[in-house]
Design a protein around this ligand. Structure first.
Ligand code: C2E
Ligand code: CA
Ligand code: CA
Length: 559
């Protein structure tokens, strides 16, 4: 054994000279070598085979050879046992090898399982925040919906104007903000709720309730949390979020449907001014269908040339001359129905259609303006158009193509365009002005902007919203407000247009308030280009104090 040359068979006499006997010898040998075959050579039954097996097991390796025997017997037994011993040894070695391989495979298996679990985890986690991702969220929602009775509610959370926060504080800090807000929301959720990050600044909550009241309570909390001031990497920011809420109604409810409902509710929250939450209602679905129809129809409209422009005069207060025309788009469908811009511009604004429509308006308006002698054209730009890359370049190209001086083109933008991203808005304004375009701030007074803010922007003109004008008769403070606005605007070097002037009283009130320009049904309704062109030969539209005066061909008279 020591030399690694083990014996295969031992022949052992049971009875031996005084000292230890065969049984004891067998015990000692077995203790040293568990594999060797032991053959007890015996004449008498000194010890029973069982008692020997007890001390030198196992029985299958114990044999008995009764005396007397002859040499061939011994030889045959020795050869047989030796062969068996070799087989046993080979078998044992093969078994050991197999065990080793199995152990190895076991380890491999465990490692594989671990890395698979890690991979699965990673596939379901959002790397930035560590919460579930969209795949995990949708999977879990589908799993819950598969149980017919399980209550479930979904909240879609979208940070408002996150892009401008991103631009202001930088990518790094914005990521940190997302992480922080994510943690804050997570802490505020009821037990059992699941939070997921669905994309850039979008989160979703899965709650184990179908009660609108309970879901509303969670939504309110989320809105409140998101509107707190946050300090991230040395910046103070006060974000806000809009939340849409939907829940399972009845057994038949698919995940895509529930998600769509939450999305509609989120849109409603955004439309209602952001930083609020809205529950899904069937009416939202209806609105969405109408919107879908409008969107489809608009694509047709662009192809079939169903859009046209009307022009509404903007009149100089001092002498009644037409200073410019505002271009107002109309959509006349094949069946003759005219759809006002208020019905389709907001729909177009939510898709890329706004660019196609806007480009069409810009080209048409500039082309028409080129045929006029003098007045400017005032073109409405929706926020999305204003944010568009290369806006200034394309306006320059279009003006050149139409053959109109940029100085005769005014762009009407709203506060939303400015405040969504102040830094880049200021840059665009500066570029526009450098090219010679004029910029007007539309619907002034309906938003949050104060004139002080406006100092930072290069704006030529303020259009005071029609609601102030309509109010002048009823509310004593309205003329005072208009007066203050007009005064400040003049100080800042901006001209002032009063919109929506509908009668002579409003006209006079606006004149007294110091508005240099007037626009409204009283001065002229939106009209087609032929009428607008014709009107230019009748220069003075309505002079203050004498509403009926129109001077034919009064260009010189108007000065
Ligand atoms: P807005 O820019 O404030 O345009 C003035 C709106 O007031 C026009 O409605 C005009 O017809 C109406 N209006 C003019 N005078 C009076 C008045 O004396 N009384 C009353 N009650 N209303 C008057 P419209 O044409 O329906 O346009 C609605 C809005 O649609 C516009 O509001 C503008 O924001 C948008 N819009 C119109 N055309 C375009 C366009 O080509 N592009 C874009 N992006 N938006 C447009
Ligand atoms: Ca306008
Ligand atoms: Ca307006």
């Amino acid at each position: 054994l020591r030399d690694n040359r083990p014996y295969s068979v031992v022949f052992l006499d049971m009875r031996m000279p005084p000292g230890i006997d065969g049984k004891e010898t067998a015990r000692r040998i077995r203790a040293l070598d568990p594999d060797v075959h032991i053959v007890m050579v015996t004449g008498f039954t000194d010890h029973s085979p069982q008692s020997v097996a007890q001390v030198a097991p196992p029985v299958e390796k114990l044999f008995y050879l009764a005396k007397p025997f002859d040499a061939s017997e011994i030889l045959q037994l020795a050869e047989a046992l030796d062969a068996r011993w070799r087989q046993d040894a080979e078998l044992a070695a093969a078994r050991a090898e197999l065990r080793r391989q199995m152990a190895e495979m076991e380890i491999l298996n465990v490692e594989l399982a671990a890395s698979e679990a890690r991979a699965r985890q990673a596939a379901l986690r959002d790397p930035l925040t560590g919460v579930a991702n969209r795949i995990a969220f949708v999977g879990e929602l589908a799993r819950i919906l598969a149980e017919p009775e399980a209550p479930v509610g979904v909240l879609f959370v979208d940070l408002d104007r996150f892009k401008s926060i991103n631009d202001t504080i930088g990518h790094h800090a914005a990521d940190e903000l997302v992480r922080t807000i994510c943690r804050s929301i997570e802490h505020a959720l009821p037990p059992g709720a699941m939070l997921a990050r669905m994309g850039g600044d979008e989160f979703a909550v899965l709650a184990a309730t179908s009660s609108p009241d309970e879901l509303g309570e969670i939504a309110g909390k989320v809105v409140e949390i998101c509107a707190r001031p946050y300090g991230v990497l040395g910046n103070m920011v006060q974000p806000s979020a809009s939340v849409g809420v939907a829940w399972r109604q009845g057994v038949e409810c698919s995940a895509p449907e529930l998600l769509r409902h939450a999305d509609l509710a989120l849109y409603a929250a955004k439309r209602d001014g952001r930083s609020c939450w809205r529950l899904y209602t069937e009416a939202l679905d209806e609105t969405a269908k109408v919107r879908g129809m409008i969107e489809q129809g608009l694509l047709q409209a662009l192809k079939n040339d169903e859009l046209h422009l009307l022009y509404q005069p903007i009149v100089r207060q001092s002498d009644g001359a037409i200073a410019g025309f505002e271009a107002l788009v109309r959509w006349q469908r094949e069946d003759g129905e005219v759809i006002p811009p208020g019905a389709f511009i907001p729909v177009a604004e939510e898709s890329n259609l706004i660019h196609q429509i806007g480009d069409w308006v810009i080209r048409r308006a500039m082309t028409d303006c080129a045929t006029w002698n003098g007045p400017y054209v005032s073109i409405n730009l929706s926020p999305r158009q204003f944010r568009r890359l290369n806006l200034v370049e394309s306006l320059v190209d279009e003006a050149r193509r139409a053959g109109v001086e940029p100085g005769r083109v005014q762009l009407e933008i709203t506060e939303t365009s400015l405040f969504e991203n102040m830094a880049s808005a200021a840059e665009v304004l500066e570029k526009l002005r450098k090219e010679g375009f004029k910029v007007a701030l539309d619907d002034f007074g309906t938003g949050y902007a104060s004139l002080v803010y406006l100092r930072n922007f290069e704006i030529d003109c303020i259009k005071i919203d029609g609601t102030f004008v309509a109010d002048v008769g009823d509310r004593p403070q309205s003329p005072a407000i208009v007066n203050a606005i007009a005064h400040l605007a003049r100080t800042l070097g901006m001209s002032v247009v009063a919109e929506g002037v509908e009668d002579v009283f409003q006209q006079q009130a606006m004149r007294m308030a110091g508005c240099g320009y007037l626009q409204g049904y009283y001065l002229g309704r939106p009209m087609d280009v032929a009428s607008a062109t014709a009107l230019l030969s009748v220069d003075v539209v309505r002079t203050a104090g004498d509403p009926t005066t129109t001077t034919s061909n009064g260009r010189q008279a108007a000065g």
